[in-house]
Design a protein around this ligand. Structure first.
Ligand code: RB5
Length: 148
């Protein structure tokens, strides 16, 4: 069973519920870290909370949500060990796993996507990391955390 962590700011509460319901239909073990109200919170706090929980181990990947997906993804990518991809279609959902081996994906609750977010998540889940030359590139991405 896949274990997935999900968290959202106030800008994507309805989208989070939709995703959690979808993941349950796929028999995933979902850790929903909130928020569940539209009272304003600060998206960097939400991203850090979920990423720090993810780093305790046992999760397959994480999903971060805010109004655009931008704020949570920028924050997540500042946390050591996190590779968060801001997804906007089926192609980027596939490449985020195949080429970047992303361990977090981000979406925006206020964004009008051309395909349902659940379809993008399904594509990400159904794709394998391509390995080969991409291992070197992913390693270089992660080395950047120490070099810069
Ligand atoms: C909150 O109003 C909004 O700024 C946030 O959800 C997100 O879109 C930030 O990137």
């Amino acid at each position: 069973m896949r274990k997935i962590i999900i968290a959202s700011d106030h800008g994507a509460v309805a989208l989070k519920s939709e995703i959690v319901s979808f993941l349950k239909t796929k028999n995933c073990d979902v850790n929903d870290m909130g928020v569940n109200s539209e009272d304003p919170v600060d998206y960097p706090d939400i991203a850090a909370l979920a990423c720090n929980e993810f780093k305790k181990g046992g999760y397959d990947f994480g999903i971060l949500l805010c109004g655009t997906g931008i704020g949570v993804s920028i924050t997540a990518n500042k946390i050591k060990g996190i590779r968060c991809a801001l997804i906007h279609d089926l192609f980027t959902a596939e490449m985020a796993k195949a080429h970047n081996d992303a361990n977090f994906i981000a979406f925006g609750g206020r964004v009008k996507y051309s395909v349902p977010v659940t379809k993008m998540i399904e594509k990400f889940m159904d794709t394998n990391f391509a390995g080969d030359r991409h291992i070197r590139r992913v390693n270089k991405m992660m080395d950047t955390e120490n070099k810069c």
